[in-house]
Design a protein around this ligand. Structure first.
Ligand code: G4P
Length: 536
């Protein structure tokens, strides 16, 4: 089969949500519909009820690399769907942001009771950076949630995207009767059923159908009024706008009750983009190109200390990946071959011989990969767009066992290669600072340093407000900042200069006194060269 026909069969996406909106439940239901699993309850939740490192690690161990749910591959209507998993805990949000660079579209799940939440907004900002197409699923319609029109308004306002409902609920909570499919005038009746997958679909010629009014009385009239309002206020669905990330189609349903999921899946399969061209440091790469290329967006450690190997997850971007063929590791300028690349099918892992654009493969890694690494057939280029964000919490690393300095060094390098945290080393000293998104990560690092590397550390409070990467047009200009803020200047893993401001006041002063410096809150992961967004 040609590369083009392989590409046309593939859709690679992620389901994202604020924790508890229903991401795990929806994932499971999609697998159920596709036949990849037969019973509900097979997908393990990756969220942590009690926020303790031991719980997190226990869950990670249970999930294990052998049943890695990092990517789930399944078929639906002859389409190969690659669903990339994202962490359920907000403290590991950075992992989610990186995973979003490896997908071509997303389904965003919203809780109908809570509406747009903090993490929903952050995730949407990341999608917007890359104009990722978004389909929105408003979940938990079986609960007394917010008025649908109000939710739609909130989506537009807080997520800064035009929305277009493709279905609309009749009632909600106790009076939830079903969902009306706006386009083909079919009505899908709600029945609380957590395991069954067929649905009770009835066709009405129009919303003015007497039977509809007869059966549902005032609720049907309200539905009619709301739909008239929607048609008047919202633009018609425009597939191109969706594909450009300018308009998000919206569906209503209840993942727990298998309701509205099939419509979502059918629409997803028909409108979601196939693997798209991607930008590298030198040029745009088309998926249809003959020569293979891809990049590593996630590294998963083996939590069993006896097996230090890791799995690097690589997104294939062009050409054909082949087992046992030498490929070029651009950053290391080395050729490598892979004897057992793996894909993950629901609960099982299998070794594959080849993979095509859109596919995500797991490569056994003895420590050669970092996030953002690119493999090619020889061409020197690096995939762009893998963001590195300013962490939110910082702690100084204090070695509590000086005999184990080497182990500590190695452990910190390894864990930060994995993307678990960011490491900053003082520019004119040797203080080391670890920066993370959430408190739980410190506990996980401490635990893993001890159990996997035999190093013990304390994390010491550091007065800090924000870190920014500092870029200058001319190298000489750096002196002024060094003079006033030398103690707060660090280098990241890629040798980029980072300023950790201890207060917003200090940051403002530093900006004022260094008009030639660019203060950046995020940069490109692999090279640190291209800017994603400037600081405000
Ligand atoms: P997450 O991955 O986004 O964190 O969410 P998850 O699917 O784990 O769902 C969070 C909670 O919401 C779960 O309840 C789940 O059963 C519930 N839920 C998901 N979809 C629906 C829905 O359509 N309607 C209703 N009413 N609830 C829904 P839990 O009590 O936290 O967990 P569990 O004990 O049920 O597993």
């Amino acid at each position: 089969m040609s590369i083009l026909s392989e590409i046309q069969k593939r859709k690679t996406f992620a389901i994202i949500s604020h924790p508890d909106a229903g991401k795990t439940t929806l994932t499971e239901k999609l697998l159920l519909y596709s036949g990849a699993i037969q019973i509900a309850g097979a997908v393990k939740s990756n969220k942590i009820k009690k926020t303790a490192a031991s719980d997190f690690l226990e869950i990670e161990k249970q999930r294990g690399i052998s049943v890695a749910t990092s990517v789930l591959t399944f078929q639906y209507n002859d389409i190969n769907i690659n669903l990339l998993d994202t962490p359920g805990h907000k403290d590991f949000a950075e992992d989610t942001y990186r995973t979003l660079t490896a997908v071509d579209s997303v389904i965003l799940v919203i809780d109908s009771v809570k509406g747009v939440e903090e993490q929903t907004e952050k995730l949407m900002n990341v999608c917007r950076m890359r104009n990722t197409p978004v389909i929105i699923f408003i979940n938990k319609m079986d609960r007394e949630g917010r008025y649908p029109i109000e939710l739609l308004d909130e989506l537009e306002e807080k997520l800064d995207i035009r929305v277009r409902p493709l279905s609309y609920p009749l009632g909600m909570g106790k009076s939830f009767r079903g969902v009306f499919n706006i386009y083909n005038n079919t009505f899908n009746f709600f029945q609380s059923n957590k395991t069954r997958v067929e649905e009770d679909v009835e066709v009405f010629t129009s919303l003015y159908d007497e039977n509809l009014i007869e059966r549902f009385g005032d609720s049907a009239k309200k539905l009619r009024d709301d739909i008239e309002l929607i048609d008047g206020v919202y633009d018609h669905f425009d597939k191109d706008k969706y594909l450009n990330g300018e308009q998000a189609p919206v569906f209503f349903g209840s993942a727990l009750n298998n309701f509205g999921v099939k419509e979502l899946l059918d629409t997803f399969v028909s409108i979601a983009p196939m693997p798209k061209p991607r930008e590298t440091t030198s040029r745009m790469v088309e998926p249809t190109e003959e020569t293979f290329s891809g990049f590593v967006f996630k590294i998963h450690a083996n939590l069993d200390p006896k097996h230090r190997d890791r799995i690097a997850f690589l997104r294939v971007c062009s050409g054909k990946f082949e087992r046992n063929k030498f490929f070029h590791h651009v950053r290391l300028d080395r050729d490598l071959k892979f004897t057992s690349p793996a894909t993950f099918m629901a609960q099982t892992k299998s070794v594959i011989d080849d993979a095509y654009p859109g596919d995500v493969i797991g490569l056994y890694d003895s420590g050669v990969f970092k996030i953002g690494d690119t493999l090619t057939e020889g061409e020197v280029m690096m995939y762009k767009g893998i963001p590195q964000f300013s962490p939110e919490l910082f702690r100084l690393v204090r070695n509590t066992d000086p005999m184990k300095s080497k182990q500590l060094e190695k452990g910190l390098q390894n864990l930060t290669d994995e993307g678990l945290a960011q490491l900053f080393v003082q520019d004119m000293g040797n203080r080391k600072v670890v920066g993370v998104v959430g408190e739980l990560q410190f506990d996980v690092i401490k635990y893993r340093l001890l159990h996997e590397f035999g190093a013990s550390v304390d994390f010491v409070h550091l007065q800090s407000y924000k870190a920014c990467w500092i870029k200058y047009d001319k190298v000489e200009d750096i002196d002024e900042l060094q003079r006033i803020r030398g103690n707060n200047l660090f280098k990241d893993k890629h040798n980029n200069l980072v300023y950790i401001a201890d207060s917003s006041y200090a940051l403002n002063i530093a900006k004022e006194k260094n008009p030639k410096a660019h203060f950046l809150f995020s940069i490109e992961h692999n090279t640190g060269t291209a800017e994603l967004e400037n600081s405000k």
